[in-house]
Every structure is written in structure tokens, then in C-alpha cells.
Design a binder for this molecule. Structure first.
Ligand code: FAD
Length: 588
């Protein structure tokens, strides 16, 4: 068999949402990076192979920004019909065409070599090409979900639920056990304009009555999500996967048989569109870092000095018996939104060059029941990748970033539009000292370092400035200044709702089923589509130094190359809104 060797600064194993954000962040911040994924598509549980939609923090103005929003807005622009292959292509392109990043697909990492207590290399088998690959790097990051590098490197990890007394977590059992949340094979359905029959396979489970599916919402409404077809929490959620998959498939086809053939569930015109043959996993090994985030940290809002990401999903703790448990399949224990997640949960406490992001970070089972949702995982990935790039630049270990560069890490994340609650981004010196004026309204929020509405007592600090199309906001420096970049944060409507039947929910990146006449997904109308930047140059005249006619992103960085006395931004059109709303305009 062929053998190839590769060298990079950072090597990320696992290309789910966490691993992708980690790898792209490391690459964007200057580290030569490798991303290895054992499947042909990226996205892990969000990919077309598993089909979970992205969820994140609950509540008004809590939508995750940074890379997660970048991906969602690209998808809004390109994927009007919520087509899974188009979503796959958005994820593929995000990583594959990122300078500084090399992506290895269909490559399964199954070995690691250690040197002086650190990971020296990992090895993967790429079956499609009958090739072994060895990857050497300074920093390794395990974003494989199941933590494949844990047993291969000797990194400390845990499986199962903590005893209530260990961290004082009142939602945990009295006695610790190895039980976890389970895995699922999802199904999706498509509405047609005619009656569709369904004949189940002989090996499908039979659910004659609604009572057999008690507490499992299946009165078909077109927005159903069959997440509750879940097994494995009382088994070994790694080594029993194949056996559990067979059982989950029998349940999946049996549930659809029940919906179609055993009582009226409103699904006459619906056809089975897709069944996932690759189980999506919720929980297995969790690494141990210098800090273990607990239920009580979540409840106390996690206001850590090294807060680098936030959560806000409830502690959604599934019963380990899953589908075998006849009662409610999960308990939604309340959690504040937001709560902070510290950087110290993202690197190993005993293998110094090993980091992680995703569902395998250093949290208790109780905290995981909230941190596991994919927007939260993605923001942790962005933080881990950014930290890895700083560590590479400074020739230090991940722990060194905590000791010496945590302020830089937080500022860089905020600058990249990754929201850090209770943090105010520092503004460039030239913008702080310039005079700021506008065609209308008070533009000061554009340089206040907070790029979204934030709760203040019973009300909200809006942190935005708006103008009519063609209005402007202007910095006068009182001297000539060399400008290299403008940073703009437009309004992507963090509270945007789904369309059609999904309109009661916050908009997701994809649908759970496909109704007829579903209104198309669109770019949020609030985003400024066309804008120009003008500068007052040394000749005493205003010149257009940059123009964009088709923007659909929230965070926009515009390269500039001029020496100016003043600069202004002129928003020209939106994707539908009457006014142009911004959260930041800054130059440096
Ligand atoms: C049925 C179900 C429903 C859920 N519902 C939601 C929901 O509605 N919204 C939400 O946000 N979250 C949901 N979750 C939780 C969420 O999907 C996971 O917590 C999340 O995907 C974890 O992200 P991750 O990047 O850590 O892992 P994953 O998404 O699992 O990604 C891991 C990646 O690593 C790859 N990999 C694994 N081993 C190797 C290896 N040895 N070599 C190379 N690559 C490897 C995998 O192929 C995969 O691409 C759900 C989970 C399940 C199972």
C-alpha cells in the first residue's frame, strides 16, 4: 500500500462543525493546517449523511456569529430550497478552498505516535485511495466526536454520568455510571401533491398503536424531527455502534410505517425521502482539561476570565434508555442564555499539545447536555483554532496561551465576530480619537466594541446605527492616516424566523422535512447588499476607494490602501429592508 507523510503546524482530526471551524480559524490566523475527516462530506452530524440542523443558544439576539453565521448566510444565499447537497457544498468549499489548509477526506485516523509525552504524529487510512497517511504537527486537535486520540495518546477522559456529589450537580444520578445519551438514525419526508403508499421492509419493527410511541411526537405536521429514535445510552456508544445501527434502522422504517399505515397521522401525501444509515452520536468520551465545566458553572452564567465561547441551549439530558424508555425521552433542565465556556476546557490536562473542540470537551455529562449543540461546538472550534494559531506563532503550548495570550485570544475572537458575552472589543486607536459623524442619528454605537443588541435590565442596549439608503457615517482624523482595512458588521437579523410551516422557530440552516410550496430561503432582508467606502485623500477630494454590490455577509472586511484625512461608509441598498442597519464600522 502507498504511504505518504505530511507536516503542518496544526492537525485537526474530525471535520464536523467543530473541526471545520477549528481548522479554518487556525489557517486564517497563519498556521499551516491539516483537516482530516473519515467521511466524504464535512459537517459531521450536520452533513447530508446524518442531517441534524444547527441549534445554539436560546433567546433574543443570542444567535451565534463568527464562522457559524458566515456558513449560515452563505447557505441562505446559495440554497433557496434547503437542498442538503448544496449545504454539503457550502461546508466543503469553506474548508477545501481555505488558503493554508489542506483537507483529507475519506481518511480515518487510527494510530498515533508519542514523543516526550506529546503527540508526534497521527496515521490515517484513506480507503478510496488505498493509501496510508502520516501527519506530523506541533499541535493536534481532536474534533472526532468520539475522541479517537484519547486511547491512542493516553490523554485523560471520562465516559458517563458523574455522581451528584462529585460537583454538586443536582440533575446527576446519586451514583456515577457509564450511561450516556444515545445515537440516532434520522429520517426525512417530502410532501407530494398525491397520495403515496408505503410498504415497509419485513425487518422493520412494527408499532401497531400510538401507545407504543407514547411521548414520541409523531402526529405528522411536516416539521417533525424524529430525534427520539435513540439507542445506545445504556450500551457502549462506541463499540456497539454497528449493532445499534441495525436496530435503529428497524425502528426508523417501522416508525414511518406507523405514521403512514397505522392510523391517520396527516401524512397521506408524504413520502419517505431519506433515511440515515450512519448513526449520529450525542455522547461518548469526554476529554479532561485543566477545567471541567459543570452544571453549576452553566447555572451561574460561567463568567470566566478566559471565556472564549458561550452556550445557551437548555440542559437537554436525554434518558440513557432512549427509545426503550416509555416516559419523556428527555428533560429540559433550564440553563441561562448566555453562559460562558472557558478556554481551559479545550486542551488536555496531561498531553500538552492536544486540544479538542465539540461534544468531547472538558465538561461534565450535565454540562454536555447543553454545550453539545452544534453552534456552540462551532464557536468552541473557532476559539480552539484561533488559540492554536497563537500558540504556533509564539512557539508555546495551548496552556501557554492561557497563561500569556488569553487577552489577545479574546480580542481576536471578538474581532472575528465570535460573540463573547460581557466583553467589549477594543477599537483601533485612529477610530477612538477621530471625530465620528453621520448623515442622521447617533453613530457612536459603531465604535462601542459591542456588535449586537445586549440586554440591559428589562430593556436592550441596541448598539446599532441606521440610515436611509444613501446616508453615510464618517470618521475625520484631523491628520492624514494610512488605511489598510475597514471592518463592518451589518445586521443579519439575529432573530430571523424560518419560513412557511417553520415560521414559529428561529431559522435553521436546513429543514427537517420538505413541504410542498415551501417559501424559499433568502438572504436576511436587513443585510446591506451594496455599499461604498469613500476617502478624503491628500488631493483634498473625496474618492471611492472600495465598492461592493453583492454583499450577503454580516462581518465584512474590506482591504484599503490609501492615505486619507477622512473616510466614510455609504450603505446603498439592502436585501429588502427600508433602512440600512450596522453594528460596527471601524478602519485601521
Ligand atoms: C440525533 C441527534 C440529534 C441532535 N440534534 C441536534 C440539533 O437539533 N441541533 C444541534 O445543534 N445539535 C444536535 N445534536 C448534537 C450535535 O449534533 C453533536 O453534539 C455535534 O455534532 C458534535 O459535534 P462534533 O464536531 O464534536 O462531532 P461530529 O458532528 O460527530 O463530527 C465529528 C467528525 O469527525 C469525524 N471522525 C470521527 N472519527 C474520525 C477519525 N477516526 N478520523 C477522521 N475523522 C473522524 C466524523 O466523521 C465527523 O465528521 C444532535 C445529535 C444527534 C445524534
Amino acid at each position: 500500500m502507498r504511504e505518504y507523510s505530511h507536516k503542518a503546524d496544526v492537525c485537526v482530526v474530525g471535520g464536523g462543525i467543530s473541526g471545520m471551524c477549528a481548522a479554518v480559524a487556525a489557517a486564517r490566523h497563519g498556521a499551516k493546517t491539516i483537516l482530516i475527516n473519515d467521511r466524504p462530506v464535512l459537517g459531521g452530524n450536520a452533513s447530508s449523511e446524518i442531517r441534524m440542523w444547527l441549534c445554539g443558544a436560546h433567546g433574543l439576539n443570542m444567535r451565534e456569529t463568527g464562522m457559524i453565521e458566515e456558513l449560515c448566510l452563505e447557505n441562505d444565499y446559495r440554497n433557496p430550497e434547503s437542498n442538503f447537497s448544496i449545504w454539503d457544498s457550502v461546508l466543503y468549499e469553506f474548508a477545501k478552498f481555505q488558503p493554508n489548509l489542506e483537507v483529507f477526506l475519506n481518511c480515518s485516523v487510527n494510530d498515533a505516535k508519542m514523543k516526550d509525552g506529546k503527540v508526534a504524529s497521527v496515521r490515517g487510512w484513506q480507503g478510496t485511495a488505498e493509501t496510508w497517511h502520516t501527519f506530523e504537527a506541533e499541535i493536534f486537535m481532536d474534533c472526532s466526536g468520539d475522541s479517537v486520540l484519547s486511547t491512542l495518546t493516553g490523554a485523560d477522559y471520562r465516559v458517563g454520568r458523574e455522581a451528584r456529589a462529585e460537583f454538586g450537580e443536582d440533575i446527576e444520578p446519586e451514583v456515577a455510571d457509564r450511561k450516556t445519551m444515545g445515537m440516532s438514525c434520522l429520517i426525512q419526508a417530502r410532501e407530494t401533491n398525491h397520495k403515496v403508499t408505503y410498504i415497509p421492509p419485513k425487518w422493520a419493527r412494527v408499532f401497531e398503536t400510538d401507545e407504543q410511541l407514547a411521548n414520541r411526537g409523531h402526529g405528522f405536521k411536516g416539521t417533525n424531527n424524529f430525534w427520539w429514535m435513540e439507542l445506545g445510552g445504556e450500551d457502549d456508544s462506541i463499540h456497539d455502534t454497528e449493532k445499534l445501527r441495525d436496530e435503529l434502522l428497524a425502528i426508523a422504517f417501522g416508525v414511518w410505517d406507523h405514521v403512514k399505515n397505522r392510523g391517520d397521522h396527516g401524512a397521506d401525501n408524504w413520502q419517505l425521502d431519506w433515511v440515515g444509515f450512519l448513526p449520529g452520536k450525542r455522547e461518548s468520551r469526554r476529554y479532561l482539561g485543566p477545567y471541567i465545566l459543570t452544571q453549576n458553572d452553566v447555572r451561574a452564567e460561567g463568567r470566566f476570565d478566559d471565556l472564549i465561547a458561550y452556550g445557551g441551549w437548555t440542559m437537554d439530558d436525554h434518558n440513557p434508555a432512549g427509545f426503550r424508555y416509555p416516559g419523556q425521552p428527555t428533560i429540559f433542565h433550564p440553563a441561562p442564555s448566555p453562559y460562558g465556556i472557558p478556554y481551559r476546557c479545550l486542551y488536555s490536562r496531561n498531553v500538552p499539545n492536544l486540544m479538542f473542540a465539540g461534544r468531547n470537551v472538558s465538561v461534565t455529562h450535565a454540562a454536555l447536555s447543553s454545550t453539545r449543540v452544534m453552534c456552540t461546538c462551532g464557536t468552541m472550534g473557532q476559539a480552539a483554532g484561533t488559540a492554536a494559531a497563537i500558540a504556533i506563532r509564539e512557539k508555546c503550548l495551548p496552556a501557554g496561551v492561557y497563561e500569556n495570550y488569553i487577552a489577545e485570544l479574546r480580542q481576536t475572537l471578538a474581532d472575528d465576530d465570535s460573540y463573547l458575552p460581557w466583553y467589549t472589543r477594543k477599537i483601533s486607536e485612529i477610530c477612538c480619537t477621530a471625530s465620528l459623524t453621520a448623515s442622521e442619528g447617533d453613530p457612536e454605537p459603531l465604535r462601542n466594541g459591542i456588535d449586537r443588541p445586549v440586554k440591559n435590565g428589562d430593556g436592550w442596549d441596541d448598539n446599532s446605527w441606521s440610515c436611509q439608503p444613501g446616508g453615510y457615517v464618517q470618521y475625520d482624523f484631523g491628520k492624514t492616516v494610512k488605511l489598510s482595512e475597514a471592518r463592518i458588521v451589518f445586521d443579519s437579523d439575529l432573530n430571523r424566523r424560518g419560513k412557511g410551516d417553520a415560521a414559529t422557530n428561529i431559522e435553521k440552516n436546513i429543514l427537517s422535512n420538505f413541504p410542498l410550496n415551501q417559501p424559499p430561503r433568502t438572504v436576511p432582508p436587513t443585510i446591506v447588499k451594496a455599499f461604498r467606502i469613500e476617502a478624503l485623500l491628500e488631493d483634498g477630494e473625496w474618492h471611492t476607494v472600495a465598492r461592493e454590490d453583492n454583499n450577503y455577509q454580516r462581518l465584512v472586511r474590506v482591504p484599503l490602501d490609501c492615505v486619507a484625512n477622512a473616510v466614510r461608509l455609504v450603505p446603498e441598498t439592502t436585501w429588502g429592508a427600508d433602512v440600512c442597519r450596522l453594528f460596527a464600522f471601524e478602519v485601521k
